[in-house]
Design a protein around this ligand. Structure first.
Ligand code: AMP
Length: 617
């Protein structure tokens, strides 16, 4: 058989299919790369099959939409039944799990046919690593019923590792952490050239993002009861369905935003009066809610490692799969426990399908190594005030969009003003990963003024959006009022010439060399920002460093530092006279701080503010 090659005749179209519990996808080689196929903006097909009241078949989103209202006419999560002899009732007919799965496969083939211009006849289909022979056989049968020749049944973690191009590496051990809507699986995969082996696999087939939705949903019901004194019980099916959908939406928003607000008008009418529900929840609160569930996945991670005979630091890579791994807490906790930064460059929802697509492409004779994804090569973030070496340091840095994040992306973090009645905040945007902002590259800055008078800790949201063309939009929003200011940085991904960068930094340092405050780290300029950026991590605690000192004095010093920072950023655009005056005033600020002379400090701050007012126009 040496003159035969495994694979397919030239005219066969081979696709890779992820037949998932919650969603299913199909991928194939198109143009120059492997892509997931489907209608525009709709690459994931909900694994749901239903009947309309008129008895018409629905597959995908329409079936999913009706599942809460008409559970008796909807079948979901059929994957859990694969390999069993259970029959599933839909309308007045009974179906085997294979038959229902074949309907989902047919729909996917239809999507692929539209995209490819011809009908696929062969497929690679993925299954969980723990699937028994009977379950694998049932999956083959589903393929056959849909008119497909199933060339390979591939383990999902193997496909995920393939999507990351692991097979071109020498011997590697990859942990695939897969948290979907209804199931959790963790596997350790060993890869050596083209040979992949699942060393161990654990999971919980009753745990997933749906449980996160349920927790939020239960919270909403509690809040409604407290507010209106009414239990939204089973008799209020439509209201419950709306809250359930809203729960998933809020959950997704909390993956990229620090707060999300539920707003449901006219949920029910009680005593002739419409009842609404408005409720804001923070990412921190939400993460505390789901933490026990996330922790329980770590027990399985440990079991998988033990079974593979590995310690966590003996794994080469961690790969995140499944829509629920978009919850930022998951990557964070995994990194904390293992010291390895998980890969999340490939869309976690599509990763398995893309891996199957790679294998399908190779069987069709295309040389495909890995999935090509557009990710940001740099992190972008802002500076904030925190402690460093026991003293307040104004140039701490927090990344908002992390290096390796797929594009386009939008992320928001929240911060707090530092002192009461603070009128404005200076937002300095940097490219880089160094915890010291001054060692990163300043790509832009702006000043938001006109904040409402408030006690300290007025919440300021900082939102960043980075698109494929490297355009970075940064918006700062006062949360209470919606007051916002925004800048667009059009060449954010431009790599700075290191020499240019060194020179610019040296120039800044020499300008301010004589004015350094003794308290700050000797390596950096003694400048300040006036925003205290609170870590969005649930367990982050920011200590106050101001307790021992007069708070009014601290507030004044902060104002001085903030205005210095503003002035520093304006320096390059000033004429020589203004530049000189700014430098003088800056020196006077330092002197007033050193001498702890509040009156003089206030005076020179006002003078510098006035000068900036004129030069900034
Ligand atoms: P999968 O089974 O892999 O398709 O994953 C589906 C699950 O991922 C569902 O529970 C979704 O609600 C969840 N999911 C999708 N997008 C996000 C997101 N941005 N943040 C958190 N969970 C998400």
């Amino acid at each position: 058989m040496a003159d035969l090659k495994e694979g397919a005749a030239p005219n066969d179209i081979i696709v890779g299919i992820d037949l998932g519990t919650t969603n299913s996808e199909v991928a194939a080689y198109v143009g120059d790369r492997v892509r997931v196929l489907g209608p525009v903006d709709e690459k994931m097909l909900p694994s749901c099959v239903g009947l309309t009241p008129e008895g018409e078949l629905m597959i995908g989103q329409t079936a999913r939409n009706q599942q809460l209202l008409y559970p008796e006419r909807t079948i979901r999560s059929v994957k859990r039944k694969m390999g069993s002899t259970e029959s599933l009732v839909l309308g007045d007919r009974e179906y085997s799990p294979q038959e229902i799965s074949s309907l989902i496969l047919r729909e996917l083939i239809g999507w692929a046919e539209v995209a490819l211009g011809a009908k696929p006849t062969k497929a690679v289909i993925t299954v969980p690593a723990y699937f028994s022979d009977a379950q694998r056989q049932a999956t083959r049968e589903a393929g056959a019923l849909a008119g497909l020749e199933v060339l390979r049944i591939v383990n999902e973690p193997t496909a995920a590792a393939l999507a990351y191009g692991q097979s071109d590496q020498t011997h590697r051990k990859v942990m695939v952490y897969d948290l979907g809507g209804g199931t959790f699986d963790v596997s350790i995969v060993s890869i050596e050239e083209d040979v992949t082996e699942v060393l161990s696999s654990h999971g919980d087939n009753q745990l997933g993002g749906d449980d996160f939705d349920d927790l939020l949903f239960a919270r909403f019901l509690d809040v409604f009861r407290e507010k209106h004194g009414v239990e939204l019980d089973k008799g209020h099916a439509a209201a419950r369905a709306r809250l359930w959908w809203a729960a998933e939406d809020i959950k997704k928003r909390l993956s990229s935003e620090p707060f999300a607000t539920l707003r449901e008008e006219n949920l029910v009418t009680i005593d002739g009066e419409p009842r609404h529900l408005e409720y804001e929840i923070s990412q921190e609160d939400y993460e505390a809610m789901i933490r026990p569930l996330v922790e329980s996945t770590l027990d399985k991670v440990n079991q998988a490692l033990t079974d593979a005979g590995l310690r966590s630091n003996e794994v080469d890579d961690i790969v995140l799969v499944g829509g629920s791994t978009r919850t930022p807490m998951i990557a964070r906790i995994l990194e904390e426990r293992t010291g390895i930064k998980p890969h999340r460059e490939v869309d976690p929802d599509l990763c398995v399908a893309l891996g199957a697509g790679i294998l399908a492409s190779r069987l069709s004779g295309h040389e495909v190594e890995r999935v090509l994804v557009d990710v940001t090569p740099y992190s972008f973030g802002v500076s904030y005030l925190d402690e460093r070496g026991g003293v307040p340091y104004p140039h701490c840095y927090r990344a908002i969009i992390e290096r390796g994040t797929p594009l386009p992306v939008t992320r928001t973090k929240h911060f707090y003003t530092v002192y009461p009645n603070q009128e404005g905040v200076n937002v300095c945007v940097y490219q880089g990963d160094d915890p010291d902002a001054l060692r990163n590259i300043l790509v832009g800055d702006f000043y938001v003024e006109g904040l409402t008078p408030a006690a300290a800790q007025n919440v300021i949201l900082c939102q960043m959006r980075l698109d494929l063309d490297g355009i970075l939009q940064v918006t700062a929003i006062e949360k209470n009022t919606g007051l916002s200011k925004h800048i667009t940085i059009s060449n954010a991904m431009k790599e700075m010439d290191p020499e240019e960068l060194k020179k610019a930094r040296a120039r800044m340092e020499s300008l301010f060399a004589s004015n350094r405050s003794r308290a700050w780290d000797q390596d950096v300029d003694a400048l300040d920002v006036d925003v205290e950026f609170e870590d969005d991590d649930a367990d982050a605690d920011s200590e106050s460093t101001e307790a021992a000192v007069d708070p009014e004095w601290i507030q004044l010093v902060n104002q001085g530092r903030a205005i210095q920072e503003r002035a520093r950023l304006r320096l390059p655009s000033l004429n020589e006279d203004d530049k000189e005056e700014v430098i003088d005033l800056n020196g006077m600020i330092e002197k007033a701080i050193e001498e702890e002379d509040a009156g003089a400090l206030q005076e020179v701050i006002d003078e510098l503010r006035e000068l900036l007012f004129f030069v900034e126009g």
